[in-house]
Ligand binder design. Structure first.
Ligand SMILES: C[S@@+](CC[C@H](N)C(=O)[O-])C[C@H]1O[C@@H](n2cnc3c(N)ncnc32)[C@H](O)[C@@H]1O
Length: 353
């Protein structure tokens, strides 16, 4: 059993490791570094569970009011929607896989990425299989082609908007120990998908990477509806036009099997990224365009709740992660705000309209 796997097991058992021998966890467990003495603020790079003062909240509100006072004209906005894949394509052409850091926190925050009944086992063996094996050889016949990639897997994950693979590779690394699991990943930037496929750690036996625009409702997926155990939606929805978000979430919900989980993490309202936008970048309320044409929306917990509720999913977690990020060298403090949620598809799934 590898180190990350062992630690996820402990999390699943409800035990938070204080200090992971393997070094795969930060020295302080996530969420536990609390700033009690303001004089010590520059002693660490990040503080958890920051409470905002009324003044800080008011200053952030004013900042946003000012940076959204001028809106980009609707006719100019069209290109950011129609050509969204081109702007992201250009992004990956420039930055390759060097821009985002590997999401090594994923398994800590989302142990659901791994099959629950496996987390307490040392090895993998007799999993309950939800899918009839497609190999005719199992029935004594000659080998048949698989009906779809990952059709033989017992546990299936989809990462939407996978970019250059900053989540894909940490997950794939862990899945090596769980041979009956399978990872799909898609992005509408074909260059990003190519970066994943050409990466030395890419393993086609356990991963299928494909180009797909989640806003295109009619586009088929390379697998049937209702077969996914987990969907990962990490910093993707924020780059989609708010009017399209509900459609995306509802369509993705169809892909989940009953009991399957959609795991969400994205920018929260008043995150430093939102406060740093200058006038002239605002598209609509809390929605901005960066200089490179990519866009960012900043969510509240309520909006997230509403969207997943309408998609017919049960809320298992929905929290605002407030942190204080510190640049010790420059002695600068910045509030980070993220929204994180876990939503489960009920066994009797109906979407609210
Ligand atoms: C901020 S990046 C996040 C990448 C990755 N999820 C991560 O956490 O490192 C947003 C990604 O979403 C992709 N994306 C945005 N809109 C999309 C859409 N409509 N369909 C598929 N991918 C999309 C972009 O190409 C980009 O790779």
């Amino acid at each position: 059993m590898n180190a990350i796997w062992r630690c996820v097991c402990r999390l699943r058992q409800g035990k938070v490791p204080h200090r992971c021998q393997s070094g795969c966890h930060p020295v302080a467990p996530l969420g536990s570094r609390i700033l009690t003495d303001p004089d010590k603020v520059f002693e660490h790079n990040m503080w958890d569970h920051m409470q905002w003062s009324k003044e800080e909240e008011e200053a952030a509100r004013k900042n946003v009011e000012e940076n959204s006072a001028v809106r980009i004209l609707p006719e100019e906005q069209v290109k950011y929607d129609c050509d969204a894949h081109k702007y992201w394509g250009a992004f990956y052409k420039i930055h390759k896989n060097k821009f985002f850091k590997n999401r090594n926190w994923l398994l800590r925050e989302f142990p659901e990425i791994l099959p629950a009944d496996e987390s307490t086992k040392e090895g993998v063996g007799e999993w309950p299989r939800d899918h009839v094996r497609s190999h005719a050889e199992d029935r004594g016949g000659s080998p048949q082609p698989d009906p779809f990639p990952g059709s033989n897997a017992a546990f299936r994950i989809l990462e939407v908007g996978c970019g250059a693979g900053n989540s894909v590779f940490p997950i794939l690394n862990t899945l090596q120990n769980i041979p009956e699991s399978f990872l799909y990943c898609c992005d509408f930037a074909s260059g990003a998908v190519e970066l994943i496929k050409s990466h030395s750690s890419f393993r086609a036996a356990q991963c299928y990477a494909f180009v797909h625009d989640v806003c295109e409702d009619g586009l088929p997926y390379p697998f049937p509806d209702g077969i996914l155990d987990v969907i990962l939606l990490v910093f993707v929805l924020s780059s989609i036009h708010p009017d399209r978000m509900q459609g995306v979430v509802s369509r993705l919900s169809k892909l989940l099997k009953p009991g399957g989980m959609l795991l969400f993490r994205d920018y929260g309202r008043y995150d430093k990224t939102q406060l740093r936008f200058k006038k002239g970048h605002c598209l609509s309320e809390n929605f901005y365009v960066r200089g490179d044409g990519t866009r960012a929306y900043f969510f509240t917990k309520g909006e997230v709740h509403h969207m997943f509720y309408k998609a017919g999913l049960d809320e298992k977690q929905n929290l605002v992660d407030h942190r204080l990020q510190v640049n010790r060298k420059k002695q600068v403090k910045m509030h980070r705000v993220w929204v994180q949620g876990k939503f489960q598809k009920p066994f009797h799934w109906t979407q609210q309209n």
